[in-house]
Design a protein around this ligand. Structure first.
Ligand SMILES: NC(=O)c1ccc[n+]([C@@H]2O[C@H](COP(=O)([O-])OP(=O)(O)OC[C@H]3O[C@@H](n4cnc5c(N)ncnc54)[C@H](O)[C@@H]3O)[C@@H](O)[C@H]2O)c1
Ligand SMILES: *[C@@H]1O[C@H](CO)[C@@H](O)[C@H](O)[C@H]1NC(C)=O
Length: 441
């Protein structure tokens, strides 16, 4: 940049400085310019402009909703199939194109409940997998509305069209380490999105009961095992965990002020068919089949990292158990009429296993020797050990996990090979093998 003109200007203006008033004016102008520059380039204004960019991008898809045909699809998807042995419920499932959401939606529909899905199909992981789950739900008669939970108009419309008895709120930004790359996506979906959902639910007539996914990560640096619901949850180790903990506090507010019936479920490392590609069991499988090395974390002093791996079908029964035991919300027209139910439950398997054992099982199932790189677990959000005390869920929800890791992973691997590599020798017995599966990914 050429500084000469400015310098020249200053020399010319030197005579002005002899009187104090123009000097004051000049300094004031300079001050205003600095203020302007500060607010224009400050980190807060940048993050707010980037989050409004997220809003626009992710809310854009929902422009397509509305109209008579659309409403008809919504109603028909949410309609309860009456049967003599099951008193059906009508559920709005957010995050329905996600891992847990797709399984829960199918299970509800299968027993005759009305289900309407909502998902923004974001690209945190391969959207094609979300679309494939959507196609599966479509075949079961479930419509997933393409939209964001932050879209208040859309939510109001949905509650206008269908008097949902329940909301199963699973839409969220998941993943622990990604929070360092894209922190605002956690605030957008897990904090703002949750508030938007509760706002719509409390204003709806009738108010639905809400069951939503918190996370075992709220236990953070807690050392006492197994983790019980009454244990401390005020030391989160990741932004993800902090937003889930914030969600539990926000739930308390909406229960307290508006009489919303709310149940939070702290899931422990859920795995299974149609799972999430960002989770270790999933990308270990992918990398092992491709002959790539895998990084296995260890704790301080070569201690093991362990997880209370919980099979998806067990989580689904927990979610349905939670939905079936909700009491009604007590408010109407956005006003509280009496106290309402507020619960939180661990949903885990109660048998933590070291990650090395997970790898061992995968080696047997895939018939591949893993090229393991043992690395120190970075301090960026993951905790070393999780173990759920599920006695509360057992007593209140009739929750009883039945699938061990070996059995569950067998089902996952079977699905994986069929989904990514339908011609694999491992997935179809009797077919002569065409080498590894790596070429199909
Ligand atoms: N899978 C686990 O091990 C685990 C453990 C603890 C908690 N949870 C929680 O369980 C819930 C479901 O997890 P999952 O494993 O199925 O994850 P997932 O990412 O597969 O599903 C979440 C879905 O929500 C959608 N979504 C995200 N933000 C949205 C928004 N703003 N508006 C609309 N849709 C949005 C995504 O597109 C995705 O399809 C999440 O709340 C997650 O935090 C999962
Ligand atoms: C599990 O939690 C219950 C309370 O829900 C408690 O009574 C019990 O002692 C806990 N069990 C263990 C092993 O900590």
């Amino acid at each position: 940049m050429d500084k000469a003109p400015f310098h020249h200007q200053r020399l010319q203006n030197r005579s002005l400085f002899r009187s104090p008033l123009p000097k004051l004016v000049l300094w004031s102008i300079l001050f205003i310019v600095i203020l302007f520059l500060f607010f224009h380039f400050s980190p807060t204004s940048q993050s707010s402009s980037s989050s409004s960019r997220i809003d626009r991008r992710s809310l854009r898809t929902s422009a397509a909703w509305g109209g008579a045909a659309w409403e008809k699809r919504v109603r028909s998807s949410a309609r309860i199939r009456s049967s003599h042995n099951h008193h059906g419920i009508s559920v709005l499932v957010t995050g329905a194109a996600g891992f847990v959401g797709s399984h829960c939606s199918i299970a509800l529909k299968r027993r005759g409940d009305g289900v309407l899905g909502l998902d923004n199909f974001n690209d945190y992981y391969e959207p094609s997998l979300k679309r494939a789950r959507q196609a599966m739900l479509e075949r079961a008669g479930i419509f997933i509305v393409d939209g964001d939970v932050n879209d208040a108009h859309l939510l109001r419309k949905l509650f206008d069209v269908v008097p949902f008895t329940h909301v199963l709120h699973l839409a969220a930004q998941a993943g622990v380490r990604y929070a360092m790359k894209n922190p605002s996506s956690y605030v957008h979906s897990n904090v703002a999105g949750l508030v938007s959902l509760f706002e719509a639910a409390k204003s709806a007539t009738p108010q639905p009961a809400v069951v939503w996914a918190s996370s075992s990560s709220v236990y953070g640096l807690n050392k006492k095992v197994p983790f019980s619901e009454v244990d401390r949850t005020d030391r989160p180790a990741s932004l993800y965990a902090a937003t889930k903990k914030a969600g539990e506090e926000i739930a308390h507010v909406y229960n307290h002020i508006y009489g919303l019936s709310i149940t939070g479920l702290r899931f422990f490392t859920v795995y299974g068919p149609w799972g999430r590609p960002d989770m270790a069991y999933f990308f270990f499988t992918r990398d092992m089949l491709r002959g790539k090395s895998i990084s296995v974390f260890e704790g301080p002093d070569h201690s093991t990292v362990a997880r209370d791996f919980t099979y998806i079908d067990d989580i689904v029964s927990g979610c349905l158990g939670a939905l079936d035991t909700t009491e009604k919300s007590t408010g109407t027209g956005g006003k509280k009429r009496g106290s309402a139910q507020l619960r939180v439950f661990n949903l885990g398997n109660t048998s933590p296993l070291p990650v090395s054992q997970l790898v061992g099982i995968l080696e047997r199932l895939l018939k591949v020797k893993a090229d393991k790189k043992i690395i120190k677990m970075p301090r960026n959000g993951d905790v070393q050990y999780t173990h759920a005390n599920i006695s509360h869920a057992q007593a209140q929800l009739g929750y009883q996990p039945t699938t061990d890791l070996e059995t569950g992973l067998k089902k996952f691997v079977k699905w994986y090979l069929q989904y990514y590599d339908p011609s694999s020798s491992l997935s179809k017995k009797g077919r002569s093998g065409g080498g590894g599966s790596s070429s199909f990914l």
